[in-house]
Design a protein around this ligand. Structure first.
Ligand code: 6R9
Length: 638
């Protein structure tokens, strides 16, 4: 375990040290891990190409650090607890030794099915323990996992599989979420029509729904396990990886239509996910950590799987949704497993808030010691509700700002150490050097200022590239403000030097903590045969944080708006997935464009927000009359 930070003074000291001598700071953190060979050079970097290498020449396998390393000391302690969707179904627990055995076995299954170091493997699974096992088994044999969230459509999966040229897919027949059954294998079958690179599909039994099994391509997880058991292949030596070998790819939305494959590497990500887990949550051995994210998102990668297991913690994963079978489900889980650390998203908090205090009554939440928030700005009302009713004013709240690209938490209060302020992610963790810049890239110094949030020095968990397209990584993150990593977020630094993230400054939406590019949604809407053009913006939504508002021009012959709306929603669902469905669709005859043909989203955003009186300067528009028509038809909620 990396020593925790006990006092605010200690944090300040650590922070200064980390800025004065980052190499020495991170070398010390890295020394708590098991390396097959120590690195030759701690850091090599420039943000121009960019070229970032941490712990160069170091050799390791992250799963030896997640599993093997713990066997002697805590082999019989619980590594993973799984709570099923249906509370009537039996939960499952895995000790470190059991998880180690399962991972080794499945790693052998992967090898038997032709997988080897460097191959890309797509994982499309429900939130069952086998998902975590599959992730770790890939890492064990040095294959690069690309987990795709179970809510994505066949088209989205196909795009991701093609981009990474995956050779193998791991999925399940189906899955359960609340009262819904999800048809995962059928979606994979549809996706694979477009993916000749995939040679094998391993299918876990979960829902027992009838599915197609294609001869020569599809095999059952359980049968393959039996085979390795018969062969006595219960151990699987971990593949030796270079610190800078790829560990995983995770696709995320940007301001262009095509999701980017963010690449993380073995050594740096290991050190960073574990360090931030232990530091932010002040993790004490024996504590039960419950992160409610899906493993399909970065939060699940870093704080359900890697961070907790690297720390020898007990990680709880939940298959279902917080409101099923009733809105007290989360609190039942906290009570059932005596959860100590709860890490969830503002959208979940706001949704649970709307049910009032009744669902909490009689639930024993006394085990909780620390609360976390992630994914989007947390409004003060939700912050206080969380603090008063869930933490019962005893538990520090840590509002953690970070991104898929950062690999782990960047700006956040250290639980119980950093004085908190509702709505503020507060201060950077040691090792992180944030700066605010104006539009010209000039650093804005001092306090009581706002600007675009950048990071000026590398940290071990940062992305190294975007898969298959390094130039895209450079243009997206390192070219806007040369010499800096640009986050895409706007930020305020108040009089006390505390950071408050104000939201994206690019065309990326944050709907219920999920990143969605406006261009992606527009592309999907435009796929509908009768759509001529569309423009998508976000607007404030009570539960989701941001809702999706689409302005759509259709071919003139259409007259049933309601039916067209449904068809468009179905199209978006098919192209991206249900999470990207617009909340509002307004049919318009024209869009506000400048003379150079650029859509003025600023105006559409104002209309979507209901701020019609303050549209600002519309004089540069090609045809200002379109604005009147759009205003007249605006779908403003009351
Ligand atoms: C971890 C994760 C990243 C974007 C990020 C920002 C927003 C995340 C936040 C937050 C305000 C917080 N975001 N945490 N905004 N306060 N505590 O969410 O990664 O899915 O890549 O999203 O989410 O806008 O840029 P990812």
């Amino acid at each position: 375990m990396i020593p925790t930070i006990k006092t605010f003074e200690e944090y300040q000291q650590q922070y200064s040290l980390s800025v004065q001598n980052p190499e020495a700071f991170w070398e010390e953190k890295a020394s708590y891990f098991q390396w097959r060979k120590k690195w030759d050079k701690t850091l090599e970097w420039n943000f121009q190409e960019p070229n970032i290498k941490w712990f160069r020449g170091g050799k390791l396998n992250i799963t030896e650090n997640c599993l093997d390393r713990h066997l002697a000391e805590r082999g019989d302690e619980t590594a993973l607890i799984w709570e099923p969707n249906d509370p009537e179904e039996h939960f499952r627990k895995f000790t470190y030794r059991e998880l180690y055995n399962k991972v080794c076995q499945f790693a052998n299954v992967l090898k038997n099915n032709g997988a080897k170091k460097g191959d890309r493997i797509c994982i499309y699974m429900p939130m069952v323990p086998e998902l975590a096992i599959a992730v770790l088994a890939c890492a064990r044999i040095g294959a690069i996992h690309s987990v795709v969230f179970g809510g994505f459509s066949a088209q989205s999966i196909a795009d991701r599989i093609q981009d990474a040229q995956c050779s193998l897919v791991i999925t399940s027949d189906g899955g359960f979420r609340g009262n819904k059954e999800v048809q995962l294998k059928t979606v994979i079958d549809d996706a694979l029509v477009q993916c000749p690179s995939v040679k094998k599909v391993i299918v876990l039994t979960r829902s027992r729904t009838p599915i197609a099994m294609i001869k020569g391509r599809d095999v059952w997880w359980e049968d393959e396990i039996k085979k390795v058991e018969t062969l006595g292949l219960n151990e699987c030596k971990a593949e030796e990886m270079d610190a800078e070998d790829m560990l995983f790819i995770l696709y995320t939305s940007g301001s262009t239509g095509k999701p980017k494959g963010v690449v993380h590497t073995c050594g740096g990500y290991m050190v960073y996910s574990a360090y931030t887990f232990q530091t932010t949550f002040q993790y004490n051995p024996g504590e039960v950590h419950f992160c409610t994210a899906d493993i399909g998102w970065i939060t699940g990668h870093s704080y359900i799987v890697y961070g907790p297991l690297l720390s020898g913690a007990t990680s709880l994963m939940f298959e279902g949704v917080p409101t099923w079978p009733n809105s007290g489900r989360m609190w039942d889980i906290v009570q059932k497993y005596k959860v100590n650390i709860l890490y969830t998203a503002p959208t979940a908090i706001r949704s649970l808030m709307s049910f009032g205090l009744e669902p909490i009554k009689g639930k024993d939440l006394n085990s909780l010691t620390k609360l976390g928030s992630v994914g989007e700005p947390i409004n003060e009302e939700a912050w206080h509700w969380y603090d008063d009713n869930i933490g019962q004013k005893r538990c520090p709240i840590t509002d953690t700002w970070w991104q898929t690209e950062t690999g782990g938490i960047m700006i956040a209060p250290i639980a119980g150490v950093t004085p908190t302020k509702p709505g503020y992610a507060t201060l950077p963790l040691p090792g992180i050097q944030p700066v605010l810049v104006d539009e010209n890239g000039k650093e804005i110094v001092g306090n009581g200022v706002s600007g675009n949030l950048c990071i000026k020095f590398p940290w071990p968990g940062m992305l190294r590239t975007t898969y298959g397209d390094h130039e895209r990584c450079r243009v997206n993150y390192f070219a806007t403000y040369p010499g800096l990593y640009f986050t895409g977020d706007g930020c305020l630094r108040d009089q006390d030097g505390y950071y408050r993230i104000t939201g994206r400054v690019d065309d990326v939406l944050n709907v219920s903590g999920h990143r969605i590019g406006t261009a992606e949604v527009e592309n999907a809407i435009n796929m509908y045969s009768d759509v001529v053009e569309s423009a998508v913006v976000g607007y404030p939504h009570d539960v989701k944080g941001q809702g999706i508002y689409a302005f759509v021009i259709c071919t003139p012959h259409l007259n049933d708006d309601e039916l067209t709306r449904k068809d468009i929603l179905m199209t978006v669902s098919r192209i991206i997935g249900p999470i990207a469905k617009p909340d509002k669709i307004q049919f318009v005859k024209g869009l506000p464009k400048t003379r150079s043909g650029k859509i003025m989203r600023r105006i559409l955003r104002k209309i979507a927000e209901g701020d019609i009186a303050n549209l600002g300067d519309t004089s540069t528009l090609l045809d200002p009359a379109v604005v009147d028509e759009i205003k007249a038809g605006a779908l403003i909620s009351v």
